[in-house]
Write a protein of this length. Sequence first.
Length: 648
Amino acid sequence: MNEKLAILYEPFQLKGMKLKNRLVMAPMHTKFASEAGEVTDRMISYLVERARGGVGLIVLENTCIDWIYGRAAGNPVTIHDDLCRSGLSNIALAVHRYGTKIVTQLHHTGRQNLRSNIGGGLQPVAPSVVKSQIGGDEPRALEEFEIEEIIQMYVDAARRTKDAGFDGVELHGAHGYILTQFFSPYTNRRADKWGGNLRNRARFPVEVVRRIRAEVGKEYPILYRLSAEERIPGGTTLEDTLKLVQMLEEAGVDCFDVTAGIYDSIEWIYTLQGVSPGSLIPLAEAVKKVTDKPVIGVSRLGWDLEYAAQTVIAGKVDLVAMGRSLLADPNLPKKYYSGAVDEIAPCIACNECVAMENRGWQLRCVVNPLLANEYLEPIKPTSNSKNVLVIGGGPAGMQCSAIAAMRGHKVTLAEKADKLGGQLLAAATVGYKSKEIGALVRYQEKMIRKYGVAVRLNTEIYNSDSLPIKPDVVILALGATPYCPEFPGSEFIINAYDLLINKDHNIGNQVVVIGASGVGIDVALYLTETGERQVTVVEKNDIIGGDVNEFLIRHIMAMAVDKNIEFLSNWKAVSVEKKKITGQTLFGQSEIKCDAVVAACGFIPRPAVELQKLFEKCGSDVHIVGSALEAGTIFEATQSGFWTGAEI
């Protein structure tokens, strides 16, 4: 083991709970429970995979205490009734087999809920009538007797947690949920004993802790997750939080799990590409200075456990929490321990996992197709080893090659370029996400080397007379083709993909990008990384970044604003000349003088005639993966590559 990491793998005592190490799996809503919130085999397998992977403590996802008003959208696991204990006990038993401890995270949405998610279309409930700007209908203010009822729901849920064999309980007092809402001056406008000054606003969370402590006894661990700063005007400040921490400690909290943000400042809940690990550690360190209780730190720490270890050595935190990194690779703790760091599937911080879950899907991961499918055990050794030729070394081709070879097939990967990566190589050129996308390419390369895939670079298949091997199976992973619109002057247009691949900076100081897709915004950001260049992005529709998820678009548009990139929507390009582009807008004809025009208009499938020629050349058992038939995303590429490789 890397000695720099030794402190992370030391046992740690948290009240009556002894952890085998200091690594914590953060809670993440999966929707793996049934529609009624019951534990399923899918959920147990998902948690077991992370326990087997080496974490010392798992914090179960937002565990619902009030199925009517308080559940998160969709189907979180629930603990609102005594009947829930039997299913939850199966989780505890399964996780404990691997020496991992587990706690529930007791949760109530409060105002951050929708009428459509509440039976009968009832209003969400909250301390005060303050509507969330992101994800919530206007709530109604709770009556005092209802506040007492919710406190009792927390107490009953803690009792059920203990009955089910869990090792402790965490209270979700972060990210704008009901415990946060009572303490925050932004969301609590009450004039009774539950609102007003800081002590009154703290009354609800303090009373919840105090009564749970009385119910579960002195030795049962109570953890509390809090947003140390809400990072909105009028919200909770760090100074406020430090006072709350001292009150919660006195009431019975044994450990503080420190994060930031609420829905209205959601970019701090899910830190994104380009944000360095540990951006929230200063908040955890501040909490650590005012309490003797252990503190958990979070914020992309799975990306760099050496840095995380240094925060522990420096006394800034006691425990290290990881969330999305463990979705990407559940075996991250073991791989760090054994030194196999280059075999860790990297979380690329794209937040597609959260975005898909928001659309109603169960939790999925761009780089780990096995997520949510652990219970299927799809990667089985083959009983009939075949010669497999994979044509195309992008994410779909590399994924398919690795899985097929892992199962025992003899795989050859042919790529016409001089390096692997495909369209990922262009994406990795863009500064803010270069580390993440570059890491994904290196990981996939490592996997195909590990499992013995024979790689043939600079190998053109389409125009060659023969195949490099005699295959039993051929996988076409050709990728899509960059699209460039045809209109007068299109010969003056530079393709965005070519620009990024060739790292072309010599295109002048005034540049117009056609297309405000994710690629268009990325190209604009790339072009403004060096020198004083003015970039204008024109889009034919009225939506900017329509193919980018709701979390990432806020992040990259903030960077674009900082770079003074101009966006023009409803702009129909009609002609391009060497020094200008002319288009029809809602307000008539518009003209922009420029040194260069870059097309970022998406991708189109491979021509049917090209695919047909390859089918004829390759034989009968031919499969297509990735974007050759329909342009898609990294997620679709890795998914299709994985499942094809698993089923050959």
